[in-house]
Design a protein. Sequence first.
Length: 109
Amino acid sequence: MRRLKTLRKITVTSVLFMLYLFFVNKKKFYLIRNARATGFQYERDCTNCCQSTIAAIQDILGVQNESVFKAGSGMADKCTSVVANASAWTTEIILDELEKRGQTLENYA
């Protein structure tokens, strides 16, 4: 029963987060949604929390950095939902920072 309540909280929180993102910016919404799904998939299939998060962000944003990826080898025991959320939140932070600076992803391709 306790697990079911936790699962409901996570689901409701995820839905509200997605609605917020959708109304903020559709392109940003789709990038963040894809980062969440990609991070979840990488952690589920390959494991290694930190590298799964980094790989998802790099793949979604189209910016590759092998040194950063290799540096993320220290945390290999986290769950898929942690990676999914971390991927989405970090992608959102990066996109917000680019927007503040008047830059786009194309500047880094």
